[in-house]
Write a protein that binds this ligand. Structure first.
Ligand SMILES: C[S@@+](CC[C@H](N)C(=O)[O-])C[C@H]1O[C@@H](n2cnc3c(N)ncnc32)[C@H](O)[C@@H]1O
Length: 397
């Protein structure tokens, strides 16, 4: 990696400095990249009042497309105004699309590939900018310039004697800038540059696991406003399996740390009941720790107690003994995932193989989700031992 320190430039009176959350040297840094690289497809994530959106609209080539995305509909500094209001007021807005109230993944498909310039300037607290970068990377062209702002907000505040406990944690963008792999990075030639840029190249993609490792460090906020199920699915489909595994584990640990009930489970779920009378039950034998077994109260009735089994293991065995004669019912389904309104959403599980006592029940793709299970039933005797074996994967489509 080579890092170039650019001399701070001045900007002209045509450039906008009102409601821009950058100082003039940083605005000039951004301008320099737009002027020099003349990108054709620009993305701006985190726009606030839209002060810099005004600049991007002025600087960009008339035919270049600009997509501006902000998760907040209203300006976070004054709720009476809309996010991006400064740019809304401009007369010339060629090839501009503003998404208020959206995260990047919500508009991913609309934006499409071949992005050659992106600026990410959002929350600065872990895991903030990591999510936006991971969401956008598959659509960034090789050679795309990525500008990150507030890369050292935490130490700038300290050095300005404006330190408080809260600011010291604003190091998310710095971790991303420092950790990302690129053959070319730029900063301002200043004792501490608070803006940086890098080029997306082969090494960025080849070493992407480094970014997932950093993402596993302590988070300072939990991004509940994002669709985390969508992120899991997206990472599963667009990044190597080991990156997905790290992300998945990390998300679950962070959720526990923040005491948040995570509704993103992408696991196999098998419900089993030995129906007969109220004492009917199954007792598990030899199960591994990676399999979670629960006997929830809602599954208890005068017909017996049922078990709910969940696991991330993509092949797993269950062994249990049936207590009392009964009708064994095995439901292969998906996890209980709900949207913000509490409505259940499908998470499809592709069950590929199901064996009982070494007998094949099926060996084909059977897609099931919570509300559309595959059901198998058979009569069982008191003391009968049952061994089940499953192979499954997430249904990607
Ligand atoms: C520091 S301000 C952006 C300043 C702006 N780039 C400028 O130069 O004037 C951060 C903005 O990021 C937005 N934001 C936070 N998380 C976001 C996310 N995941 N996606 C898009 N915008 C986000 C906030 O609503 C806020 O408007």
């Amino acid at each position: 990696m080579s890092e170039i320190e650019l001399l701070p430039e001045e900007i002209t009176e045509d450039d906008n400095t009102t409601h821009v959350e950058m100082n003039i040297k940083e605005i000039a840094f951004l301008k320099r990249f737009i002027m020099e690289y003349k990108p054709k497809k620009i993305v701006e994530i985190g726009i606030s009042a839209g002060g810099n959106t005004v600049n991007l609209l002025k600087w960009k080539d008339k035919n270049a497309k600009l997509f501006s995305i902000d998760i907040a509909k209203e300006w976070y500094q004054d709720n009476a105004k809309l996010t991006g209001f400064m740019a809304d007021e401009l007369d010339v807005k060629d090839n501009w699309k503003l998404y208020r109230g959206f995260d990047y993944l919500d508009v991913y498909e609309e934006i499409g590939n071949d992005i050659d310039f992106i600026i990410i300037d959002t929350v600065h607290f872990m895991p903030g900018e990591f999510f936006s970068f991971i969401a956008a990377l598959p659509q960034l062209k090789d050679g795309c310039i990525v500008v990150l702002h507030d890369i050292h907000l935490n130490i700038l505040r300290v050095s300005n004697d404006e330190y408080n406990d809260y600011d010291i944690a604003a190091h998310c963008t710095g971790l991303l800038f420092g950790g990302v792999s690129s053959n070319q990075k730029w900063t301002l030639k200043l004792p501490i540059s608070n803006i940086g840029a890098f080029v997306v190249d082969k090494s960025t993609r080849e070493n992407i696991k480094d970014i997932f490792h950093i993402l596993c460090s302590q988070w300072h906020m939990f991004p509940s406003e994002l669709n985390l199920t969508k992120y899991l699915d997206f990472i599963y489909n667009n990044y190597p399996q080991d990156c997905f595994n790290l992300f998945n584990k990390c998300l679950n640990v962070q959720a526990k740390y923040f005491d948040i009930e995570l509704n993103t489970k992408q696991c196999a779920r098998v419900d089993i009941i030995n129906s007969g009378n109220k004492n009917n039950i199954i007792q598990f034998l030899d199960n591994t720790n990676s399999i979670n077994v629960d006997f929830p109260t809602w599954f208890k009735s005068d017909k017996g107690s049922g078990a709910v089994i969940e696991t991330f293991e993509e092949s797993f065995k269950l062994k249990f003994i049936c207590i009392n004669d009964g009708q064994l019912k095995i439901c292969l389904r998906g996890p209980d995932v709900r949207d913000k309104e509490g409505k259940r959403v499908p998470v499809n599980i592709d069950y590929k193989l199901f064996r009982m006592n070494n007998q094949k029940i099926f060996e084909e793709d059977i897609i099931a989700w919570h509300d559309n299970p595959y059901i198998f039933e058979k009569n069982v005797k008191n003391g009968e031992i049952i061994e089940l074996y499953f192979e499954w994967t997430l249904d990607k489509f």
